[in-house]
Ligand binder design. Structure first.
Ligand SMILES: NC(=O)C1=CN([C@@H]2O[C@H](COP(=O)(O)OP(=O)(O)OC[C@H]3O[C@@H](n4cnc5c(N)ncnc54)[C@H](OP(=O)(O)O)[C@@H]3O)[C@@H](O)[C@H]2O)C=CC1
Ligand SMILES: N[C@@H](CC=O)C(=O)O
Ligand code: NA
Length: 445
């Protein structure tokens, strides 16, 4: 039944004014939802897309926004007394960080999708927000449209989180999936990911694993209750993955995925955190093996809940805007209920109360895949095997393949070993005259 609302009632309704910074892939998706509220959450009708900040006023836009709402003066938006909620969708570190801080200082609530800024300056931003009595929400910053930040903060908050493991970069998952399916080349597939709006303006952050490292830093900070120093997260991207690695992995029953991990490493009564991003061989039977294309998935293990898996589209205009607008609505809902700036909802607000200690990469254990180019001479497997034996590294399998002329490739899968010991073994292998090259070293789940 449609309820009639009197003009007086309607006038008394509060409208929340949104100042949007950025009208690119995600900004456009966000504006489209804000301008088309029918059949969505009714609170959307109480949001006004009040001003929009861009770099170029003359660029053609695929969303219908009157010219007088657009400005290149972003400072004027974050200082505008009429704006209630600033939505930062610019990307990059500056001017995003400064604009967010200025917005907070002017009493605005903030929604951002900017994982690069939050991973580096989250502590400063959340502290400023707590002092100003405003919320900073960031659901779109990790996993695009997948609800994972708010579930970690709210629905899973009773748990002691033990670990997080996930595919949290859509661009690299799209590239690896297509390389696996088509045996295609990296360059044109990356260009497709850019065209589809998945990749960052500079795709280096995606391809070299930095974007996934930003995201795991954010998830780990929320899950483990403190600042996780982004620069201490070991991070390796997908540039070195070749069609040969993909084919060998498949033959051995694995697929290759860029996995981000944050896991408690218990040490007696205390613990520290293992946090990393590595291209990893994932057994085909594992739930993350079938997460393909731009999809992301995040496995959270908590005590007592056990394993929970979040799955969905990890990038792109619509999915990411879905998360941005949900954050805007969360803030509007709090404001509608009559917010009290002295008492923020502790489950909706973020605050880091400590710094989480990270384990050095050399002191973390993993299984490894190693591809070694060797001279095809008698006894080569024995000599390589001896080096592993001397380091106490036990091997799960060693296969000699691709014999061409005088050269062969050895593909080795180890049992679990400390990364530091594995690196020592590699140094010794490189010194063997019959070893021509260590073609690749990858983690195995
Ligand atoms: N794309 C995706 O799938 C996802 C993106 N994100 C994050 O969302 C944010 C936005 O990404 P995306 O929409 O892809 O980025 P785009 O590059 O598509 O859009 C950026 C927008 O910001 C504007 N802009 C950038 N710098 C300035 C500046 N200095 N002054 C004024 N305007 C500026 C641009 O203006 P103009 O249009 O005039 O050039 C453009 O409208 C980033 O933080 C990104 O990491 C998060 C999840 C998924
Ligand atoms: N470039 C990012 C966009 C979403 O965060 C990705 O590919 O995942
Ligand atoms: Na999300």
């Amino acid at each position: 039944m449609v309820q009639a609302v009197s003009v007086d009632d309607w006038k008394q309704r509060v409208t929340f004014k949104v100042g949007l910074l950025g009208l690119g892939t995600v900004g456009t998706g966000t504006a489209q939802i804000l301008l088309d509220p029918a059949d969505r959450q009714p609170l959307l009708q109480e949001l006004e897309l009040y001003r929009v900040g861009v770099r170029s006023l003359d660029k053609p836009r695929s969303v219908d926004i009157s010219r007088d709402r657009l400005t290149t003066d972003l400072e004027s938006i974050v200082r505008d007394p009429a704006v209630d909620i600033v939505v930062e969708l610019l990307g990059g570190l500056e001017p995003s960080r400064s604009l967010i801080l200025t917005a907070i200082a002017h009493g605005k609530h903030v929604v951002t999708a900017n994982k690069a800024v939050i991973a580096r300056y989250g502590e400063e931003i959340f502290a400023a927000a707590a002092d100003a009595g405003v919320y900073v929400l960031l659901e779109a910053a990790v996993g695009g449209g997948i609800p994972v930040i708010e579930p970690l903060k709210q629905s899973l908050c009773a748990n002691r989180i033990q670990g997080i493991l996930g595919i949290i970069n859509g661009t690299t998952n799209y590239i690896l999936t297509r390389m696996q399916r088509e045996g295609g080349d990296f360059g044109p597939i990356l260009a497709d990911a850019q065209r589809l709006g998945y990749a960052e303006a500079d795709p280096t952050a995606d391809v070299d694993g930095w974007d996934a490292a930003d995201k795991i830093a954010i998830l780990a900070s929320l899950a483990f209750g403190g600042r996780v120093e982004r620069s201490q997260i070991t991070c390796e991207g997908i540039r070195a993955i070749t069609a040969s690695d993909i084919a060998y992995a498949e033959g051995l029953g694995f697929t290759i995925k860029l996995l981000a991990k944050a896991k408690r490493q218990h040490q007696g009564d205390t613990w520290r955190l293992e946090a990393s991003v590595y291209p990893t061989l994932v057994p085909l039977s594992h739930p993350l093996a079938s997460v393909n294309d731009v999809y992301n998935a995040i496995l959270v293990e908590g005590d007592p809940v056990g394993q929970v898996m979040f799955f969905g589209p990890g990038a792109g205009a619509g999915p990411t805007a879905s998360a941005v607008v949900a954050d805007i609505l969360n803030i509007a809902a709090v404001l509608s209920a009559g917010s009290d700036r002295d008492h923020l909802d502790p489950l909706l607000a973020c605050r880091y109360l400590q710094t989480v200690e990270l384990a050095p990469a050399a002191e973390t254990a993993a299984r490894f895949y190693l591809r070694i180019v060797v001279q095809d001479s008698p006894g080569v497997i024995g000599k390589v095997g001896t080096i592993f034996g001397e380091q106490g590294i036990s091997l799960e399998s060693i296969v000699q393949t691709d014999v061409s002329g005088e050269t062969a490739e050895l593909v080795v899968i180890t049992h679990e070993v400390q990364e530091g010991i594995m690196r020592q073994a590699i140094t010794q292998l490189e010194a063997l005259p019959l070893v021509q090259a260590i073609a690749n070293l990858l983690h195995v789940l």
